[in-house]
Design a protein. Structure first.
Length: 92
């Protein structure tokens, strides 16, 4: 599968944030495909650190109705709305 942005191959020309956005779009499409009565659990590895505040807010809207496990190295990257509804496990 090959992706292009403005007719350029993403693996050569896309920024790290653009690549993360593409991966996230694929992950969300996969969720919709797998969803058949029971919503699957969503696993996200440090995704919020890759996005600005607007993209974080949009991502929150996409995942708020799914059971989600999120890893992060910085809790400040997680939207406050999400933290208030979450169980946080801190690893040291």
């Amino acid at each position: 599968m090959q992706f292009k942005l403005d007719s350029l191959e993403t693996e050569k020309y896309a920024s790290r944030g653009e690549l993360r956005s593409i991966i996230l779009a694929l992950k969300m499409a996969e969720l919709k495909y797998l969803e058949d009565g029971v919503k699957p659990i969503l696993l996200l590895d440090d995704i919020f650190s890759e996005f600005d505040a607007d993209h974080r807010a949009h991502l929150y809207q996409l995942i708020k109705n799914y059971q989600t496990i999120i890893t992060t190295t910085d809790r400040d990257h997680i939207p406050a709305k999400l933290l208030t509804k979450s169980k946080v496990v801190e690893m040291k």
